[in-house]
Design a binder for this molecule. Structure first.
Ligand SMILES: Nc1nc2c(c(=O)[nH]1)N[C@H]1C(S)=C(S)[C@@H](COP(=O)(O)OP(=O)(O)OC[C@H]3O[C@@H](n4cnc5c(=O)[nH]c(N)nc54)[C@H](O)[C@@H]3O)O[C@H]1N2
Ligand SMILES: Nc1nc2c(c(=O)[nH]1)N[C@H]1C(S)=C(S)[C@@H](COP(=O)(O)OP(=O)(O)OC[C@H]3O[C@@H](n4cnc5c(=O)[nH]c(N)nc54)[C@H](O)[C@@H]3O)O[C@H]1N2
Ligand SMILES: [Mo]
Length: 772
């Protein structure tokens, strides 16, 4: 079943996209056994009247391309539309103890779940149960938790569920009595949600697709566009080819999509070897070196500005903007002037000249966009990383000007939207007074558990129940061993899911698995097809209509499941029309509009606008919704020399856990990573050749990675194969989720609690068997 053949390593010299991409799409469709007719669903991906892709959250243009999907979107579609089924017959032939030994790939490859199931302790199997029976049992268990103990129940969401389902879900949790609404965002862009309100007064990015047509320079930090948001390559290619816009990239790895791209939708490029070079400058900085690197960029700008001023030339920083619109520049300038280039060079791993040439591009541009991803957010200093990007942009006045701004690239297809409609553990971000007014109840006011908090509670045996609306919590979170042990002791786990994963086969003392429709499928309520909606990375809201017949007639939609759960858990609930909502989603949209009239004005009328409708983003108009009423410079609380990017012990490496080209988070399509030239295995440790030699290791050697912290917990991942790679010295890379057991729960971003998955300190030792 699994394709763990002999591993193969060969550099991939082709551009991202191109024939390689088309081949991969065809292979994905074949593997999922999608007949070509079914593949027609792809033609309606990200189009008006079609569905919003279930892969990434990148913006969907008003005038779509002929095929507005990418290789990875096609794989995600194929994965959901597979004709494989994990129904009652599948579960009667496998105990959960047996399924625990299966790989992530094999579990999901079993196919779509079809009927509601409960774990049967006697046979150690999931057995079919009726929907009503399942809801009644879950309702009874949750009702039995006394009101004062309801903070012992967690309502997790992974960022895929629609705005409608998510709104209902947060209301269910709050009506039940808790703000425990962690979501995948807690492991992802929470550093953004904490950083940007302080600097720019918005929780989201400020850039729209249109800005890419007006920008003069694009800076990329820690985002792997070719894998994680490939449709953005259209914008980058247009910027490069049509307007020769410089793209400056900061990434420890030379990622294919940031190097070159051939558009598989352009007949010309498919016939000729015409590829577009994407990055005009590529800076392979050290893992965790961004604060130092951006400090270097800002200092170089300042020094260039000093010289320009001395010569009576035009300024290199936007002094008028800084004076009128910002707060804290003097302190930031003082910080910069006190920094030493030798510290910046050592911490970033980049030469001063390299940083100065990047700063020169920045200084010349009238409008700059800064794009970033997990390479910035998943660090101890994840919040400060984001704020440094914001500082850099503010020095040039690059916010609230066409073609300029900050562009966090969100992960799951509706993760930004879930936050917008109230899925948050932070009571101050939820419209509690409005909910009280609309539904006549007293919402809980206490802080809920975020993902790290939920893991602690699971580990320590403090929870009564865990409800998951999608996702694969157990596999996605840090501290695998301890959290898994706690997970097994949970009194109740309930998972709403499309496919089987580790969070289901490892389960609580009572466990329910509720199978749902995916977004690609037609969702009929009382015979009427329903539409849902999502928010993309740039703050546009889109309608999404299913196009494929459901994988099984027994499936229910997420809104219907949430509504039924709510009725079972809350009992008669005169305040909220759950049944009406699940029969007609337009009524949920009316409720969303009533809750946030500014963001969702005329929601039902506007949500079919081609290209979506935009939420208000005050920073775009240079309105700063911050405590100072200005955009704020943030001064790092320590100089780059103390930023801690470099471990003091030379035997300790910084490990980043990354995604391959052939996975979507914990969903592993195959064991290949074409762009990095790794085939047939994910159990690798990518290392610099000099480190391999220095540490007495050898190419191909099997090693154990051990977390280099001293907290009394032993964390190891064995069977990793030493693989020489173009990565800076002192740095290593491995795959998520295989390396998650190495990530301590307390090793997370200050301020946002995003697990620091990109900088795990490790030691490496040979497996005894591979010693001579
Ligand atoms: N095909 C595919 N698409 C996806 C996903 C998927 O798994 N597969 N996942 C979705 C989700 S939920 C998310 S959040 C996004 C994630 O998309 P990305 O934000 O691209 O996240 P990663 O793939 O984890 O890798 C981030 C990049 O950061 C770089 N990096 C690591 N450490 C550092 C550092 O210290 N500094 C800098 N400058 N760079 C660093 C890595 O080399 C890598 O290129 O993608 C979404 N889209
Ligand atoms: N070490 C390390 N850990 C990480 C990261 C990292 O880079 N490194 N990245 C983090 C990030 S950015 C994220 S976002 C999290 C992801 O964490 P999660 O969002 O929890 O995980 P996913 O792998 O996206 O969840 C996949 C499962 O979702 C279910 N599913 C798929 N589609 C649907 C649907 O339409 N409805 C429902 N109800 N279920 C569905 C399927 O059962 C599938 O098995 O992981 C985080 N963990
Ligand atoms: Mo994510």
């Amino acid at each position: 079943m699994s394709n763990d053949d002999t591993p193969r390593f060969e550099p991939y010299e082709h551009p991202a996209g191109g024939w390689g991409s088309l081949k991969a799409v065809a292979a994905a469709l074949r593997q999922a056994r999608i007949p070509i007719a079914g593949a027609q669903a792809l033609a309606r991906q990200n189009k008006p009247g079609g569905f919003a892709c279930v892969s990434c959250a990148w913006a969907k243009p008003a005038q779509p391309h002929a095929a507005e999907f990418c290789e990875n979107g096609a794989k995600a579609t194929a994965w959901e539309l597979t004709d494989q089924r994990a129904g009652p017959a599948f579960f009667s032939s496998h105990t959960l103890t047996e399924l625990e030994t299966w790989s992530d790939h094999d579990l999901e490859a079993a196919g779509r779940l079809t009927v509601p199931m409960r774990w049967d302790a006697r046979t150690d199997r999931y057995v079919e149960t009726g929907w009503d029976e399942a809801f009644e049992a879950i309702g009874q268990a949750l009702r039995a938790v006394p009101p004062q103990a309801r903070d012992g129940v967690v309502f997790y969401a992974s960022g895929r569920a629609s705005l409608e389902a998510s709104y209902m879900y947060q209301l269910l949790a709050r009506r039940y009595g808790t703000n425990n609404l962690p979501d995948s965002s807690n492991m992802c862009h929470e550093s953004t949600s904490v950083a940007l309100p302080q600097t720019l007064g918005v929780p989201v990015g400020t850039v729209t697709l249109d800005d890419f047509e007006h920008t003069d320079a694009i800076f990329f930090f820690g985002q792997n566009v070719g894998v994680s948001s490939p449709r953005m390559l259209h914008q980058l290619q247009a910027a490069r080819r049509e307007r020769d816009i410089p793209i400056v990239t900061f990434n420890p790895l030379k990622e294919r999509g940031l190097v070159s791209f051939a558009n598989p939708q352009s007949p010309l490029q498919m016939l000729t070897p015409a590829t577009t070079d994407i990055s005009t400058q590529y800076h392979q900085l050290r893992i965790g070196g961004d604060i130092a690197a951006i400090t270097g960029l800002c200092l170089a700008l300042l020094q260039a500005d000093d010289e320009a001023r001395a010569r009576g030339e035009a300024r290199r920083i936007d002094t008028a903007f800084i004076a009128e619109h910002t707060h804290g520049f003097a302190a930031f300038e003082a910080y910069l002037r006190a920094c030493r280039w030798e510290d910046i060079e050592r911490e970033s791993g980049l030469a001063r000249a390299a940083l100065e040439s990047a700063a020169a591009v920045f200084a010349r541009a009238r409008s700059v966009i800064c794009v970033y991803g997990m390479g910035l957010t998943q660090h101890r200093h994840g919040v400060l990383n984001v704020q440094m990007v914001s500082n850099l942009l503010l020095m040039g006045g690059h916010v609230g000007r066409p073609g300029a701004g900050i562009c966090p690239v969100r992960g799951h297809s509706n993760v930004q939207g879930q936050r917008t409609v109230g899925i948050t553990e932070k009571p101050e971000l939820a419209p509690l007074d409005q909910l009280k007014k609309l539904y006549g109840f007293e919402p809980p006011r206490g802080k809920g558990l975020d993902t790290v908090g939920a893991c602690e509670a699971i580990r320590d045996g403090r929870l009564h129940a865990f409800i998951g609306l999608g996702g694969n919590f157990l596999r996605a979170v840090p501290e695998t061993a301890l959290v898994e042990a706690g997970w097994r002791r949970l009194p109740l786990t309930v998972q709403v899911a499309t496919k089987l994963n580790r969070s289901h086969v490892v389960h609580g003392q009572a466990a329910y698995l509720l199978p749902c429709l995916g977004r690609i499928e037609i969702d009929r309520q009382r015979g009427v097809p329903q539409t849902v909606s999502v928010e993309d990375s740039t703050g546009f809201m889109h309608a999404s209509d299913g196009v494929a017949e459901p994988a099984a007639a027994t499936l229910r939609s997420e809104p219907a499941i949430v509504a039924a759960l709510a009725q079972a858990v809350l009992g008669p609930d005169p305040g909220v029309p759950w049944a009406e909502w699940s029969a007609d989603y337009a009524k949920v949209r009316d409720a969303i509009e009533a809750t946030w009239p500014d963001v969702f004005r005329a929601f039902n009328e506007r949500f079919r606008t081609p290209g979506g409708f935009h939420r208000p983003i005050p920073a775009r108009q240079r309105e700063w919704k911050t405590p100072t009423g200005k955009a704020n410079f943030i001064v790092p609380d320590r100089p780059p020399a103390d930023a801690g990017a470099q471990p003091s012990d030379p035997a300790v490496l910084r490990l980043m856990t990354v995604r391959s080209d052939d996975q979507f988070n914990t969903t592993v399509y195959t064991l290949d990573d074409r762009f990095r030239g790794i085939y047939g295995t994910r159990r690798v440790l990518l290392m610099n050749r000099a480190d391999i030699e220095r540490l007495g290791l050898a190419e191909g050697m099997q090693v154990v990675a051990e977390t280099a912290v001293d907290d009394g917990v032993r964390r190891e991942v064995g069977g990793l194969r030493v693989t020489p790679f173009d990565i800076p010295p002192g740095c290593a890379a491995g795959y998520y989720p295989e390396c998650n057991p190495l990530l301590p729960l307390w090793h997370h971003a200050e301020g946002s609690h995003v697990p620091a998955a990109k900088s795990i300190p490790i030691r490496v030792r040979p497996l005894p068997a591979s010693l001579p």
